[in-house]
Ligand binder design. Structure first.
Ligand code: NOJ
Length: 560
């Protein structure tokens, strides 16, 4: 006899009141980040308190109970510093000032305090590869003579050609076009991103000293760590050598380039680690590093460097069991070799949301839910991008006139146009922006997002929101599930205590102490011996006394 095992849940969903605060940053044991689930708040699209259409710090503070109830351990806030917003705040004009768009220092102070009261840690962004062209240093550099000390904080060079009319080398901006812009006095300056984001010269000691002081400023305010933007940048190969061919953006993450993943960058991370360690409470650094392969990425998380590095190899992996297993194995082995946890991520504010990457529509919805269960069953830490817990897809039909991504305006740069993953998230079923704020948001939301809102999904056991809540609650309650060491045993993945059980093509069966996770990437149902007692599943499972029928594009957790 076959019977249906409904999707979900034999653990009650946590209410906010039930959530046990993890030890606060002052009292915690060490290593909280090794298995932490960290929620990315893209501030301008999270919650708008004042009705200007842009999310802000007060709005985010008011919504923190949602994150505590969701069951995450920490939040990462994208840049809220003074900025002309040429690249969504990744062009910082003053690293110690909150942009009035987002609030003021009192607001970030309140946010950090409220988060800590709720048991959430707070990570903020630091942007050290470049400043804004409105930063005091860059204004001083422009006003200085060629060769002047103020120019040495950036990369100014004379051009090539008879009259210096050609850029100093052939480097291209990640956003498309040349990586150099000429100033009125004829010199050129380097910007690996938009022209409004001049690259700093990390051979200049003032740059080191300034960033040490900026890190201390935020650590003194009480933040628990930093997400380091372009952590593979900063140090450039000496002499700024030509690369020799075009379309360099395609090479990022596949090889070491003279402007990315240079060995010298690790000295910066080492000195920051010493600084972080000089503070109480296990403050962390997480690298946004596009490194060519897991071994190079693991260098950023050696014991004396940063704590975590986003695993973009996992994010980019296609919906294919074998490819996923290979990426997972390689990642676990590489990070285990340096004693670090792996940091899993499926979506962020720079990439097409994974529901859409996996095919969109009903297929994307199913795969997105399944991928989340797989990610949260893996040893190590995981990042959740705001709205993925609602199953939000990429918005593909934004009109050109509302777009703000600089890559959109500079043509063939980064993959895709990044506004579609930054649309304000829906909280309620009614209201001009579904609860995002009192008025319309800075990007229009699709009408059917009312059904994807937090309000619409809360209490619906079949919803993606409740799936995430249940998974996170289970992750906390099952001893060892979030444990990056994965408990005892372990085979295919080296020392991480996790095994792959034999499975038919298209199916992954991952075993950890106390838990089996199945993931079916095949286009058809697969029947296997019953793996255990069903705890949680992304789709309805069908079972007999000793077999389970695993539907296409689904994942499940089984207690063993
Ligand atoms: C990575 C950030 O995530 C992205 O949004 C930004 O455009 C670049 N770094 C440049 O700062």
């Amino acid at each position: 006899m076959t019977h249906d095992l409904a999707p979900a849940v034999d653990v009650p969903v946590c209410t906010a009141a039930e959530v046990q605060p993890p030890a606060s940053s002052s009292s915690k044991g060490s290593g909280w980040w090794r298995d932490a689930v960290i929620y990315q708040v893209y501030v301008r699209s999270f919650a708008d308190s004042d009705g200007d259409g842009i999310g802000d710090l007060r709005g985010a503070t008011a919504r923190l109970p949602h994150l505590a109830q969701l069951g995450v351990d920490a939040v990462w806030l994208t840049p809220f510093y003074a900025s002309p917003q040429a690249d969504g705040g990744y062009d910082v004009a003053d690293y110690r000032v909150v942009d009035p768009l987002f609030g003021d220092l009192g607001d970030i102070d309140d946010l950090v305090r409220t988060a800590h009261e709720l048991g959430l840690r707070v990570i903020v962004d630091i942007v050290p590869n470049h400043t804004s062209d409105h930063h005091r240093w860059f204004l001083e550099a422009l006003a200085a003579e060629p060769g002047g000390a103020a120019r040495d904080r950036y990369h100014f060079r004379p051009g090539k050609g008879v009259a210096g009319e050609l850029p100093p080398n052939d480097w291209e901006s990640v956003f498309g076009g040349p990586a150099w812009t000429r100033t009125p006095d004829g010199e050129w300056y380097l910007h690996l991103f938009a022209p409004e984001q001049p690259d700093l010269n990390w051979d200049n000691h003032e740059v080191h000293e300034e960033f040490d002081a900026v890190l201390r400023f935020w650590l003194d305010l009480g933040v628990d760590g930093f997400r380091v933007d372009v952590a593979h940048g900063m140090v450039k190969a000496s002499g700024l050598p030509d690369i020799g061919h075009k379309e360099q953006a395609r090479l990022i993450g596949t090889q070491t380039l003279p402007f990315f993943d240079q060995d010298g960058v690790h000295e910066v991370h080492r000195s920051w680690r010493r600084l972080l360690d000089s503070y109480p409470g296990d403050r962390i650094g997480v690298a946004e590093a596009w490194a060519p392969g897991p071994e190079r990425l693991a260098l950023y998380v050696r014991p004396d460097e940063l704590h975590q590095a986003f695993n973009f190899q996992f994010l980019k992996c296609p919906w294919d069991a074998e490819a996923m297993r290979d990426v997972i194995n390689e990642s676990l082995m590489a990070t285990a070799s340096v004693g670090a946890p792996t940091t899993w991520v499926l979506s962020n504010h720079d990439v097409v949301r994974h529901v859409t990457r996996y095919g969109g529509g009903e297929q994307g919805r199913r795969r997105g839910r399944a991928a989340a269960l797989m990610m949260l069953a893996l040893p190590g830490s995981a990042y959740i991008y705001q709205g993925e817990e609602l199953g939000l897809p990429e918005v593909l039909d934004l009109p050109d006139e509302v777009r703000q991504d600089p890559a959109f305006f500079r043509a063939a740069g980064q993959d895709g146009f990044r506004d579609g993953c930054r649309v304000p998230i829906p909280w309620t079923t009614e209201g001009p922006s579904y609860g995002f704020g009192p008025g319309a948001g800075w990007l229009p939301q699709p009408e059917d997002w009312r059904e994807l809102s937090v309000e619409a999904q809360t209490g619906d056991a079949h919803s993606t929101l409740e799936l995430y809540r249940s998974a996170l609650a289970l992750r906390r309650r099952l001893p060892g599930l979030g444990d990056p060491a994965g408990g005892e045993g372990g085979a295919a993945s080296g020392s991480v205590g996790m095994r792959w059980l034999p499975a038919p093509d298209g199916l992954l069966v991952l075993s950890r102490p106390g838990l089996v996770c199945t993931l079916n990437t095949a286009r058809h149902e697969v029947e296997i011996p019953l793996p255990g007692r069903l705890l949680l599943s992304s789709e309805t499972m069908r079972a007999t006394a000793d077999t389970a029928r695993i539907p296409a594009d689904s994942a499940a957790w089984w207690a063993i």
